[in-house]
Write a protein that binds this ligand. Structure first.
Ligand code: AGP
Length: 591
C-alpha cells in the first residue's frame, strides 16, 4: 500500500514530507520520491529502497511539496516508476494511490496528441491530463481530470507557479492534518501526528484545495464543510489504525482487499486471459504454508468447476518428485514471491516442461520474474507474519481462474459471480460476530491441544485454521479430514482436546454431523463453524461460530476469516506476541 504526504506551511516542505513518509514505512514500499516547489520550478528526487536517515536528503528550499512511498502495482519497482510523476512541461507533479483502470486507453489518447511518457505507471496519465486541462486554475484542471478517470484514487497535485496543493479522493483514503498555519495531507494518520492531532477525513468524491493557512473542500462542485476531529492515538497506535495488532487490522482490511482484487479481474466478465492454460491436461500447484492451503482449495475449485485433474505439492517436497510436466500448468502461489522453496520448485517445473503461472502479492518479486505468467493479488503489504488478508486475496484469484477454466458461459456462472461480488459484505458479516468469537476463544485459550476437522473443501479450511492457531497461540493444533479420525487421531480426543469443526452446506453436511456426535461421545468440546441459518448443529455442539450463508465453495472465505479471528483472540488471551511469533519470519528465503 502506497503512502502519500503533502505539506504547505511555514516549514521546509522536504523535511516535513520525508519525516511523514517515514511514519508511513510500516505500510511497506519499494521506492519513494519527493517534489518541492522552489522558485517557480518543481524540484524532485526519487529513490529505490528505504528512506533511511531523512537528514541526508535535501530536495530544495520551499514551503510546499508532495511525496510518496510506492508499493508497485503497475510497472516494476524503479526510480522512473516512483512518484511524484510530472507532465511534459515538468510544471505539474502528482502523487497517487489506487489503480486507474482505464489508464491504457487514456495513455494512447494522450500519446496521439503528442504527450511523451517516461514511466510504466497508471499515475503518469493523471499528470498529462491535468496539463491538458490547466488554464491557470489547478482545481478546475484536477476536477476535469478526475472526470476522465475510472478506478480508485487518492491524489495530491502541485503546480510550480503557486503555493497550493489540490487533492482528490475516491475509494482510497486521504486525511488532512490542520495545524497552526500549516496543513499536511496524507494517506494515513501517523504521517500527521508529529505536527497536529486535528484532522479532517476526506470522503469519496471530495476535492480539497490547500493554501497557505487555509483549505476548502468541494463535493459535486459545491463547497462543503467536513468535521475537524481530534485524534486520541499515539503514533504507534495510529500505524495499526487503532487496532492492537497488525494481524487484527489486516483481518479487518479483508473486505477492501476482496474489492480491490475483484476490481482488478472482474468487471462485467472475468478479465483474466487464460491462454496460458491452452492445451494443458493437468494442473500442479506448488507452494508453502498458507499458500499451500490456498492451493488445496484451488484444487477443489478447479477439479469441481473445470474438471481438470490437479496435484498439490509442497514446494519443498516437489524437488524430490520431478514428474514429467509437458502438458502441465504449474501454478506457484506465494504472497511474498520470495519463498526459496517455491522459487526452486518453479525453476524445476519449467525445466520439466511445465508452463508456469505465479499468483503473487508483491510486484516485481523474484517469482514474477521466473514465471511465464503472473496474476497479482491486491492485498497490499502484509506486516503480520501470520498470513490473513493475502490468503483471502489468493482465494479470490483462484475462484476467478477456476471459473474461467470451467468454460461456463457468462450466464451459467452468473449466480457464482454474484456471490463473489457480495463477498466483501459477507466478510463484514463474519467480522460482526467478532465479540462472540472472542468469547469462545477465551474459553479455548487454556487448552494445550486442538483438533480441526472438515470434509471436502472443509479440509483445507481446517488445515489453514489449525496453522493460524498454532503459529500465533503456540497451541498444538492438528487438522484432519473428519473421516480420518477413526483411523488414529480419535486416540487423541477427550475433554482436554477441543475440536473445531467446519460445516459446509453441501453433501458433506449430514455426515459431518455424524462425526461431531462421535467426537462428542469422546467428551471433547466442539466448536462448529457454520451458516447463520443452521438450526440443527447447535443441538450437538458446545459453541457455534455463525457466518453468513454462501454456496459451499465460498465457505473457504467466510470460515477462514472466522478461524483467523478465533486464532487471533485465543493468542491474545494467552498473551502471545501476535505479529511476530517466535521462530518465524515473514519471508522464508532459505530452503
Ligand atoms: C502463514 O501464516 C505463514 N506466513 C507462512 O505459512 C507462509 O504462508 C509461507 O511461508 C509461504 O509464504 P509465501 O506465500 O510468501 O510464499
Amino acid at each position: 500500500m502506497c503512502g502519500i504526504a503533502g505539506y504547505i506551511g511555514f516549514r521546509r516542505a522536504d523535511e516535513v514530507i520525508i519525516s511523514a513518509l517515514k511514519r508511513l514505512e510500516y505500510r511497506g514500499y519499494d521506492s519513494w520520491g519527493v517534489a518541492v516547489r522552489h522558485e517557480n520550478e518543481i524540484r524532485l528526487i526519487k529513490r529505490m529502497g528505504a528512506i533511511g536517515d531523512e537528514k541526508t536528503y535535501s530536495v530544495a528550499e520551499g514551503n510546499a511539496g508532495i511525496g510518496h512511498t510506492r508499493w508497485a502495482t503497475h510497472g516494476k519497482p524503479s526510480e522512473i516508476n516512483a512518484h511524484p510523476h510530472t507532465d511534459c512541461s515538468g510544471k505539474i507533479a502528482v502523487v497517487h494511490n489506487g489503480i486507474i483502470s482505464n489508464f491504457q486507453s487514456l495513455k494512447e489518447e494522450l500519446e496521439s496528441r503528442g504527450h511523451v511518457f517516461s514511466s510504466e505507471t497508471d499515475t503518469e496519465v493523471i499528470a498529462h491530463l491535468i496539463e491538458e486541462f490547466y488554464k491557470g486554475d489547478l482545481r478546475e484542471a484536477v476536477e476535469k481530470t478526475i472526470g476522465r478517470l475510472k478506478g480508485s484514487y487518492a491524489l495530491v497535485v502541485m503546480h510550480a507557479e503557486k503555493d497550493e496543493l489540490v487533492a482528490a479522493r475516491y475509494k482510497s483514503p486521504l486525511v488532512l492534518g490542520v495545524g497552526d498555519d500549516e496543513l499536511i495531507i496524507a494517506s494515513d494518520v501517523p504521517a500527521i501526528l508529529d505536527y497536529t492531532s486535528r484532522v479532517v477525513y476526506l470522503e469519496d468524491g471530495d476535492l480539497l484545495v490547500l493554501m497557505k493557512g487555509d483549505f476548502e473542500i468541494f463535493s459535486d462542485g459545491r463547497k462543503v464543510n467536513r468535521k475537524v476531529e481530534t485524534i486520541p492515538w499515539s503514533i504507534e497506535d495510529a500505524e495499526k489504525g487503532g487496532y492492537e495488532h497488525f494481524m487484527l487490522k489486516e483481518i479487518h482490511e479483508i473486505p477492501r482487499v476482496i474489492e480491490d482484487t475483484l476490481f482488478e479481474y472482474l468487471s462485467d466478465d472475468i478479465e483474466i486471459d487464460i491462454s496460458f492454460a491452452a492445451g494443458v491436461s493437468e494442473v500442479t500447484f506448488i507452494a508453502c504454508g498458507t499458500s499451500y492451503h490456498a492451493s488445496l482449495i484451488g484444487k477443489h475449485l478447479i477439479e469441481k468447476l473445470a474438471g481438470i485433474p490437479v496435484r498439490v505439492e509442497f514446494a519443498s517436497e516437489f524437488i524430490y518428485h520431478q514428474p514429467p510436466m509437458h502438458r502441465t500448468l504449474a501454478i506457484a502461489i506465494t504472497q511474498s514471491g520470495e519463498t526459496a522453496d517455491t522459487l526452486e520448485a518453479m525453476r524445476i517445473a519449467k525445466k520439466l516442461g511445465a508452463r508456469t503461472l505465479a499468483i503473487v502479492n508483491v510486484l516485481g518479486s523474484t517469482a514474477t520474474r521466473i514465471a511465464d505468467h503472473v496474476l497479482y493479488t491486491r492485498a497490499g503489504p502484509e506486516i503480520s507474519v501470520a498470513a490473513t488478508k493475502s490468503f483471502i486475496a489468493q482465494l479470490i484469484v483462484l475462484y476467478l481462474v477456476a471459473l474461467k477454466l470451467s468454460g461456463m458461459t457468462k450466464s451459467e456462472m452468473e449466480g457464482l459471480l454474484d456471490e463473489l461480488r457480495i463477498m466483501p459484505e459477507l466478510v463484514k458479516g463474519v467480522l460482526e460476530h467478532e465479540d462472540e468469537i472472542r468469547a469462545i476463544a477465551e474459553k479455548l485459550s487454556d487448552y494445550g491441544n486442538m483438533m480441526y476437522i472438515g470434509r471436502g473443501i472443509g479440509v483445507p479450511i481446517a488445515m489453514e485454521g489449525a496453522l493460524k492457531m498454532k503459529e500465533i497461540s503456540y497451541i498444538h493444533a492438528e487438522a484432519y479430514p473428519a473421516g480420518e479420525l477413526k483411523h488414529g487421531p480419535f486416540a487423541l480426543l477427550g475433554e482436554r482436546t477441543p475440536v473445531i469443526a467446519s460445516l459446509t452446506p453441501d453433501e458433506t453436511y449430514e455426515i459431518m454431523l455424524g462425526n461431531i456426535k462421535e467426537v462428542k461421545a469422546r467428551e471433547s468440546i466442539v466448536v462448529a463453524v457454520t451458516g447463520h441459518d443452521d438450526a440443527e448443529v447447535e443441538k450437538y455442539v458446545d459453541h457455534v461460530i455463525r457466518v453468513p450463508r454462501t454456496d459451499a465453495l465460498f465457505t473457504a472465505v467466510t470460515h477462514s476469516v472466522a478461524l483467523q479471528l478465533l486464532a487471533y483472540h485465543t493468542a491474545k488471551a494467552r498473551g502471545c506476541e501476535i505479529d511476530k511469533p517466535r521462530n518465524l519470519a515473514k519471508s522464508v528465503t532459505v530452503e
